[in-house]
Design a protein around this ligand. Structure first.
Ligand code: NAP
Length: 448
């Protein structure tokens, strides 16, 4: 593995050099173990600690099959799906691997193992390609998006997210990116932005593509210039990219965050309208089963005060149960709530009168198709959207990294170094980097 890392860091290793490197038969990855899947049984969600279930272990290297590539992973990032996986909620991910193996998709049986290597982001170098791969070759510097599809049914050919065999790599499939090596399909690969380090390049894929589909794509809310967009968790993973996409597209973000530091962070991205939900002490529920419409109205008035009387055309929803009633209430007549998650609970309650009488829409959205992920990556590569990397951990501390995200102690994205021996490596376009350095470092807690 040392030879691979050295070759990756040497500026002159070419495709032949990479292709000639021996592939180790084992590699280290962040894994869950099947035998641990009941370990948190009966505990409250908040008390489940990913650092107890995530282990860095050696696993056998899979052989890339037709249309697949084996990647030497330089860096990865923690996503919220890493947290869900590591606390075995809502179900242990081993049931996804078993279901995948039961499908007749080529190569699927390999994914059902007593270990699950997690991770839905990576930056790295193509090490080997399987039969039929033409677009990518050993030595290519890449990032990977996390959409895994089979496309054997007609359903997915208009929008590949509608493929019945759609899965999230490193969550519903094995051999994810939080590891030294990773197995991907060739149509997950995209060029690594040349002005970023390995850890910066690995930060954006999942959340940036998701926010892009939610807000910009015709499959989402189709944001237009001047739209007022309410962004929950605007200094978090999804929200920090959503805020940038709204500003880029000529929209007006209303950023909800908790705490002054996060409020400053979203202001530093150019957002002017900010709500500190902790300072305002919004409580949208009187008790665990009774919503409080008075609080929805107080929140709506707050938004109108900030916008000069306008309601949000779009609400970017992901907290779920805690906020959904308020989101539906505050959306403008004819506006759209676009939801991709339910962090605080997936049984939502809202007052339907505010939806149908005001002709609002709720749109379900999930990750992004290859076209959307590519478009989102292009914005990063051109320096139009910037990674929001805050802290970086070594692979050996991946459990602590996931626990930080679970505890909402982080901002933006939390990175993980895999084969990269330290931060700051991998940049090929210094000139572009220098133009955007301040923006790239906005979220860094330790940047000088
Ligand atoms: P994240 O980095 O933890 O950010 C979430 C933000 O939500 C936090 O920063 C927090 O901001 C805010 N928040 C937490 N609890 C809240 C509450 N009770 N009320 C209001 N705001 C609250 O996570 P993320 O990466 O953005 O992901 C968010 C969710 O989306 C997760 O459930 C994840 O699994 C899901 N997701 C789904 C997809 C998909 O494809 N379907 C893709 C990406 C993510 P403040 O405390 O500052 O308000």
């Amino acid at each position: 593995m040392r030879e691979i890392a050295e070759a990756a860091l040497a500026p002159d290793t070419d495709a032949d050099g990479f292709g000639a490197l021996p592939v180790p038969d084992h590699y280290r990855g962040a894994v869950l173990r099947r035998e641990d899947r009941e370990m948190f049984h009966g505990m409250a969600t908040a008390d489940k600690d990913p650092a107890k279930s995530l282990h860095v272990r050696e696993v056998p290297t899979p052989e890339p099959g037709p249309g697949e590539a084996l990647i030497a992973v330089m860096a990865s990032s923690v996503n919220y799906n890493t947290v869900w996986s590591a606390i075995f909620e809502p179900v242990p991910t081993f049931s996804f691997l078993e279901r995948y193996a039961r499908s007749d998709a080529p190569g699927a049986a390999r994914h059902d193992q007593p270990y699950h290597v997690l991770g839905s982001d990576l930056s790295g170098i193509v090490l080997r390609t399987g039969p039929g791969v033409r677009r990518w070759k050993p030595g290519d510097r890449v990032v990977a998006h996390c959409l895994s599809i089979e496309l054997r049914s007609p359903d997915g050919h208009d929008d590949t997210m509608l493929d019945p065999d759609q899965r999230i790599w490193g969550f519903e499939t094995n051999y994810g990116g939080l590891a030294e090596l990773s197995l991907v399909k060739e149509n997950q690969l995209m060029p690594m932005p040349a002005h970023l380090t390995w850890e910066e390049a690995a930060a954006s894929g999942l959340v940036n593509s998701t926010a892009y589909r939610q807000l910009v794509s015709r499959n989402g809310a189709r944001m237009k210039q001047g739209d007022v967009v309410l962004v929950w968790g605007a200094a978090g993973g999804l929200g920090s990219y959503a805020t940038q996409l709204v500003l880029n597209g000529g929209g007006i973000p209303v950023c909800v965050v908790s705490g002054r530091r996060k409020a400053d962070l979203v202001r530093s991205m150019g957002a002017e309208l900010v709500i500190d939900r902790a300072e305002e002490d919004y409580r949208f529920w009187k008790d665990p089963t009774t919503p409080d419409p008075k609080e929805w109205r107080r929140f709506g008035s707050h938004i109108r005060r900030l916008t000069g009387g306008e309601d949000p055309d779009i609400v970017l929803e992901h907290p779920g149960r805690d906020t959904f009633g308020a989101s539906v209430y505050v959306t403008r007549r004819g506006g759209t709530v676009v939801t991709c998650a339910s962090t605080t609970g997936y049984r939502h309650e809202y007052d339907n009168r505010y939806l149908w009488m005001s002709l609002k829409r709720i749109v379900g959205s999930h990750f992004a198709n290859y076209t959307e992920a590519w478009a989102a990556n292009r914005l990063i590569a051109r320096g139009m959207v910037h990674p929001t990397l805050s802290t970086v951990y070594p692979l050996s501390a991946v459990g602590t990294a996931a626990q930080d995200v679970h505890r909402n102690r982080h901002s933006g994205k939390v990175g993980v170094l895999c084969l990269a021996p330290r931060e700051g490596l991998g940049v090929r376009d210094e000139q572009l980097r220098q133009r955007h350095l301040a923006a790239i470092n906005r979220f860094r807690t330790d940047a000088g």
